[in-house]
Every structure is written in C-alpha cells, then in structure tokens.
Design a protein around this ligand. Structure first.
Ligand SMILES: O=C(O)C(=O)Cc1ccccc1
Length: 301
C-alpha cells in the first residue's frame, strides 16, 4: 500500500481529492501543504495530494512555492472537484462573531458572508477543516468547511451548498519524487518552472518557444523568488507530454534560454485532447528531424 500525505486535517477538500486519486492507499493528513510535500521529500510518504488552483480564486501560492523550492517533485495525476461549502458552528450557537476558513474558501463565499453574517469577522485558518477544529475548540464561532467535515467534527450546519460562484472547481495534484513518467494519453498536461534573467523581453522569448510550436498554455503564474526583490519564477502549464517529440523539442529550446524545473507530465482530469495545429504534430517533428538526418547522410532529401 502506498503512503500518501495530504493537506489536512481530516475533512478537507484535499482529503476527498486524495481518496479519488489514490483509492485504497494509506492516507495521512499534514497540517500544511509544505509539510505534506516535505513528507514525500524525506521519504515518510510515497506521494502527496495538494490543491493547485481554483476556478474562482486562482492558484494556491503555498503549493507553487512548495513545488518551486526544495528538492524536485513531479505531478503524476490530477483531480478536479466541484466546490461548495457548509458553514459549521457548535450546537446551539446564537451569536457568530468570527468565521474562519482557508483564505481560498473565504474568498469564495465573501458575498454570502456579507449577506448572511454581516457582523462576523472573517479569520484565516490553515485549512477549511482546521477551521472546523478551531470551532470545536472554541477559538472561532463558525467555520466555512467542506460539507464532509460534518462527518468528522461534532458541529451543526448553519448552511450548506453555499458558493458565490455556482460552478466553482478546484484542481488537485498527486505528486511524488522524480521517477518514471505516466504514459502519454494524448490529453496530458506538462508543468514547468522557468527562472529567467531579468532582461527586456525574456518572458516573451520563453513563451514564443511554446507559441512557435503551437503548444497551448493552460496556466501562467509568476511568483517572486523571495530572496531578491523584483525577480520572479514563472510557473507554466501547457498541453502535452514530455514524451512527445513536439514537447521535448520545446523544452530543449527553453532549456537553452533559462533555468528549468520539470514539474511533471500527466493525464488531464477533463481528458481534453491537446490542440494540434497543422505542421506542429509529433509526426511533423519526427519527419522534419528525419529530413535533417537524410541531408546529413548526403541523401537526396
Ligand atoms: O482547506 C481545504 O479544505 C483544502 O483542501 C483547500 C481548499 C480550500 C478551499 C477550496 C478548495 C480547497
């Protein structure tokens, strides 16, 4: 059985994603994203499940920073979950003065809180389930939690099924130490971190290597390198798999221009096939290379 660390405690959305991504495996909660990732790095776990981005609130910065630094980890699978929340309180609570949750959760129910708990102060907790623990312990009056949290903590539902944006979704990754990549499926996602020099046009040059090969980006985020003000690392996701000639060709070109960290190639949860433009398919790259080889051999190409 694999040991899978996940961003806990019990009852987080990430636990549900971990159950979907690693069914039947041995799941262990960690209080922060960094601790879950480090459990994989130091060998205490074989893999970790963490949230990466939300359709309403964007990326989870702790995940980007956790994957951008430390020893390399690669994503091998992803899951996308629909996100709706429950507001949990102690039985018989009458006055709600503080409502706690993960910042991404608070951002997704801001309008609901303004309309329904206008006098409550929103407080950031490390996760939605940590907020529920805080309510049990009397630190907060209410928690914005995953609906499943009610099965783990002795609390009552003040409301359920709430979300300011109806079809909000969060994408989660299963990461592990670098090893054999999952097989390409034709509907894959590759993730890299590019650290380029702060010179005019560097980012445009990096992106043009992808655009020039008709590789469709699925996400682009910049995060500060942290120890040098004004310098950034670029987290780039795009369609395709490193085992494909067109993607390997692009990464070879990028590697000449900047420092790269590979964060994995894995099947997309939505199974959307990669966009392939005329002349930019894998066979086109293979044929072009074969033509060069033939010319080198002096053949009539
Ligand atoms: O705190 C949690 O339950 C998480 O798994 C992170 C999160 C927070 C808000 C929406 C989706 C995931």
């Amino acid at each position: 059985m694999l040991r899978i660390a996940y961003f806990g405690p019990e009852g987080t959305f990430t636990e549900q994603a971990a159950r979907a991504l690693a069914p039947g495996e041995d799941l262990t909660p960690y209080e922060t994203i960094r601790l879950a990732l480090d459990a994989v790095r130091d060998g205490a776990a074989d893999g970790a499940c963490i949230p990466i981005e939300n359709s309403v609130e964007g990326v989870v910065p702790a995940t980007l920073d956790g994957l951008g630094g430390g020893s390399a980890l690669v994503a091998v699978a992803e899951a996308v979950l629909p996100i709706r929340f429950s507001v949990l309180a102690r039985a018989g609570a009458t006055e709600i003065r503080t409502v706690a949750s993960h910042p991404h959760a608070l951002a997704q129910v801001r309008e609901w809180l303004e309309a329904n708990l206008p006098h409550a102060t929103a407080v950031a907790a490390s996760s939605t389930a940590a907020a529920a623990v805080g309510v049990v312990e009397g630190t907060y009056d209410a928690a914005v939690s995953a609906p499943v949290a009610i099965e783990h903590y002795p609390l009552e539902e003040l409301a359920t099924g709430i979300a300011d944006v109806g079809d909000a979704q969060t994408r989660f990754l299963l990461v592990r130490r670098p090893g054999e990549l999952p097989e390409p499926t034709g509907a894959d996602r590759t993730s890299i971190v590019a650290a380029a020099e702060n010179r005019t046009g560097t980012l445009a040059q990096l992106l043009s290597e992808l655009a020039g090969r008709a590789i469709n980006l699925t996400r682009l985020d910049a995060r500060p390198v942290r120890d040098s003000f004004g310098e950034y690392r670029f987290f780039i996701d795009f369609e395709g798999h490193l085992a494909e000639p067109r993607i390997a060709d692009a990464l070879t070109a990028l590697r000449r221009r900047c420092h790269l960290r590979f964060l994995g190639s894995h099947p997309r949860a939505d199974q959307l096939p990669a966009t392939i433009e005329p002349g930019a398919g894998n066979q086109d790259f293979l044929d072009a290379r074969a033509w060069v080889d033939a010319v080198l051999k002096g053949e009539d190409a």
